[in-house]
Design a protein around this ligand. Structure first.
Ligand code: ATP
Ligand code: MG
Length: 252
């Protein structure tokens, strides 16, 4: 159970939640609910104000988080202020093998280089490898962030609004990749934050609903995610449809 306070106010309050191997979680909740903060805690970019947090079997605070970072893939636009403006895209992806930003003296081997290049190719940004990260468009950044998150072949994959800012083709392509990836039994457990229910990848198993720093609901997605829950959460009448494993929501 963890709590996080910032500037004297609670951002996350007594969150008691766990992810088991093989689970594919989705987190939803209104702006400011604490979704990004929760991912930053799990990825050890920030630390809880109180409570205890265990990630991949390690109690946070008791081990060097630098050892843990490469085992967690994080695709988030938070923490990007750590990137040097002239960081090349290829180095941005490569350096995640060591859980850091920037390329100093790490000894990358050819295997790392070829994996980074392969990921840039998979996400359609191979030709941007030598460009500065700062010069990329929103969607190009997003693709680089996702490539980076997979670089270290993580045991836990965290994605914060991975499809926001992608064009429709790229969004559908990414959702398809995530679903295919998730259907592999050896794929890591994953947690994906999204605002748009149609961006919940098919194959998601569980959902955590956050509101004002607290757990509003959690459990198996097919039991928890209903029109009633969404209407209660957002305070407007929302109708939810499920078609071929995808969710579609609209107000009525
Ligand atoms: N350093 C900080 N100082 C004060 N408040 C903060 C700080 N960092 C985050 N917060 C607040 O914590 C709350 C949760 O922020 P967080 O980014 O986790 O929300 P979110 O659920 O990801 O929202 P969104 O859907 O808008 O991305 C917000 O109200 C935010 O303003
Ligand atoms: Mg957020």
């Amino acid at each position: 159970m963890v709590s996080l306070y910032r500037s004297g106010r609670p951002v996350l309050e007594k969150i008691n939640w766990s992810v088991q191997e093989g689970e594919r979680w989705v987190i939803i909740g209104p702006n400011g609910a604490g979704k990004t903060s929760l991912l930053s805690l799990i990825s050890t970019y920030i630390f809880p104000t109180s409570g205890s947090l265990t990630v991949l079997g390690n109690a946070i605070g008791k081990i060097d988080s630098a050892q843990l970072k490469p085992r967690i893939g994080i695709a988030s636009s938070a923490n990007l202020d750590l990137i040097e403006p002239d960081e090349r895209v290829i180095d941005f992806v490569l350096s995640s093998a060591y859980g850091i930003f920037g390329r100093w003296n790490e000894d990358y081997d050819l295997w790392d280089e070829s994996r980074a290049k392969a990921l840039l190719t998979v996400f359609g940004i191979k030709e941007l490898a030598e460009r500065n990260f700062a010069s990329l468009s929103e969607g190009e950044r997003k693709r680089s962030i996702i490539a980076r998150s997979l670089m270290s072949d993580p045991e836990l994959l965290l994605m914060d609004e991975p499809t926001a800012g992608l064009d429709l083709g790229a969004r559908e392509d990414l959702l398809h990749r995530i679903s295919t990836f998730a259907s592999d039994p050896s794929a890591p457990a994953s947690v994906i934050v999204t605002h748009h229910l149609e961006e919940i990848p098919a194959g998601s198993t569980h959902i955590l609903v956050l509101d004002k720093g607290k757990i509003f609901a959690e459990g198996k997605i097919d039991q928890i995610l209903t029109s009633q829950l969404l209407s209660d959460l957002y305070g407007i009448k929302i109708s939810l449809e499920i078609r071929e494993g995808r969710f579609f929501a609209r107000a009525y």
